[in-house]
Design a protein around this ligand. Structure first.
Ligand code: NAD
Ligand code: ZN
Length: 361
C-alpha cells in the first residue's frame, strides 16, 4: 500500500541560525495561546552561553534533560506532570534543543499536552489523535534524524517495549539547523551518532521494501557521509554542516523506508545491556560482514580515518542467558529483518546464529 508521506514543513539551516529562534517564538507568543514557551534542553547546555540566544522569557519553563539514559515512558509522563503542576497547561510552543534523546522527549511532551492519558497509549503507529503543540527542533548533534522523523522513541520498562509515537503529529513544525552548535560534541560520540545516518541508509538501500524518494534521499545522505568521514576532519565546520544535512535527509527518508539487520541487533544490546542506540549500531556493524560486506569495510575505514574507537567486549562479557535474551529481543523486529533477509529470515538468522554474533561483539 502506498504511504501518504509528510515531511518537515519548515527549516532554517546555516551557521548562526540559532539567532532566529526569538523571532520564530514572537509569532507564537502573539498568537492565541496565552502560555509561555516550554524549553526542553540537553543538560549539557545548562550553563552554556548559547541559551542567551533563545529569547527565553522569565515565565518560560526550562527543563534540562539528562542523557545518561534514553527517554522512557515514565520519564516523559513525569516531566509533563511536573510542567502541569507548575501551571503550564497551554504553552504557546515547545522548543527541543539537543540530541535524539532531548528532541524525542520534546516531541513526546508536545503530543501529550493535547492528547489525554499516558505516553504508552501512543506507542505504535498513528495512535496520536490531535495535533500537538507547535514545536521547534534544534539539533545539537547530527545523525539520528530525530529532528526530521515522524517518531519519538520511548522505552517502556513495564512492557519491555522500545517503540515510538509514529505519527504525522510527531513531526517538528520548524527546525533550526545551526552547525555552530555541534562543534563541542566529543569526537567518539560525534562519530557514533553520525553513523546512525550512514547505517539507516545502508540498511534501507539494501532492503526489499523501497520508495523512490527514500532511495534518492538515502543516496544523497550517504554521499555526504562519505565526504564527512573519509575526507579531512569530520568535525570541521563544513563537515558539521554536511552531516547536519545528511541527518536531516536521512530522517526524512525514514518516513518511507525500513532498516535491516543492524538496528534489531542493536536493539537487542540496548534492551539487555543498556547500550545506547548509536554506539550499539557501531558495535553491531563490526560483526555484520556476512550481511553488508562492502559497508562494513567502508565503516572500518571511516573509523580509522577519523581515529575513532568502537567499544568491544559487551557480548563477550554477557552470560549465556543474556545472549539468549538479546537474540529474543532482536527477533521482535520482524519487519526490518524480513526487509533485509526475506520472509524466511528465521531460517537464515536462527537464535543460535544471533547469539554467536552477539558473543563476538
Ligand atoms: P543523545 O541525545 O543521547 O546525546 C549524546 C551525547 O551527546 C549526550 O551526552 C549529550 O549531552 C551530548 N551532546 C549533545 N549535543 C552536544 C553538544 N553540542 N556538545 C556537547 N555534547 C553534546 O544522543 P543521540 O545519539 O543524538 O540520540 C540517541 C537517541 O535518539 C536515542 O534515544 C534513540 O532512541 C533516539 N533515536 C531517535 C530517532 C527518531 O527518529 N526519533 C532515530 C534514531 C535514534
Ligand atoms: Zn538508528
Amino acid at each position: 500500500m502506498l504511504k501518504n508521506i509528510r515531511n518537515i514543513p519548515r527549516y532554517l539551516i546555516g551557521s548562526g541560525a540559532l539567532a532566529s529562534v526569538p523571532s520564530l517564538l514572537d509569532a507564537r507568543r502573539a498568537a492565541a495561546r496565552p502560555g509561555g514557551a516550554v524549553f526542553i534542553i540537553d543538560a549539557y547546555f545548562r550553563d552554556s552561553a548559547r541559551l542567551s540566544a533563545l529569547g527565553i522569557q522569565p515565565d518560560d519553563p526550562v527543563r534540562f534533560v539528562e542523557t545518561e539514559h534514553e527517554p522512557t515512558t515514565d520519564g516523559v509522563d513525569a516531566l509533563l506532570a511536573d510542567l502541569r503542576a507548575q501551571g503550564h497547561d497551554a504553552p504557546c510552543a515547545i522548543v527541543g534543543m539537543g540530541g535524539g534523546t532531548t528532541l524525542d522527549t520534546a516531541k513526546a511532551i508536545a503530543n501529550l499536552f493535547t492528547n489525554p492519558g499516558k505516553s504508552e497509549q501512543y506507542q505504535g503507529w498513528d495512535l496520536v489523535q490531535a495535533a500537538g503543540i507547535y514545536k521547534i527542533g534544534i539539533p545539537t548533534i547530527s545523525g539520528t534524524g530525530a529532528e526530521s522523523s515522524r517518531t519519538c522513541v520511548l522505552t517502556n520498562y513495564r512492557t519491555g517495549l522500545k517503540l515510538g509515537m509514529n505519527s504525522d503529529f510527531t513531526l517538528y513544525d520548524q527546525l533550526v539547523l545551526d552547525p555552530d552548535l555541534t562543534g563541542t560534541v566529543e569526537r567518539n560520540q560525534y562519530f557514533y551518532t553520525g553513523m546512525d545516518t550512514y547505517i539507516h541508509c545502508i540498511e534501507s538501500l539494501s532492503g526489499r521494501y523501497r520508495s523512490p524518494v527514500a532511495d534518492a534521499l538515502s543516496h544523497q545522505a550517504l554521499a555526504l557521509c562519505r565526504q564527512v568521514f573519509l575526507e579531512g576532519d569530520m568535525m570541521a565546520l563544513e563537515n558539521r554542516q554536511r552531516l547536519m544535512t545528511a541527518s536531516y535527509l536521512g530522517g526524512c527518508a525514514i518516513a518511507s523506508s525500513f532498516v535491516g539487520v543492524i538496528h534489531p541487533m542493536s536493539a537487542g544490546l540496548s534492551v539487555v545491556a543498556g547500550t545506547h542506540h548509536c554506539v550499539g549500531n557501531c558495535i553491531t556493524m563490526l560483526v555484520m560482514d556476512e550481511f553488508y560486506p562492502e559497508a562494513v569495510a567502508e565503516f572500518r575505514r571511516m573509523a580509522e580515518v577519523q581515529g575513532v574507537t568502537i567499544p568491544a567486549g559487551v557480548g563477550a562479557r554477557a552470560s549465556d542467558e543474556d545472549l539468549q535474551r538479546m537474540a529474543t529481543a532482536a527477533s521482535l523486529h520482524e519487519k526490518p529483518l524480513s526487509n533485509a533477509l526475506g520472509d524466511g529470515w528465521r531460517t537464515l538468522l536462527t537464535p543460535e546464529r544471533m547469539q554467536s554474533l552477539f558473543r563476538r561483539m
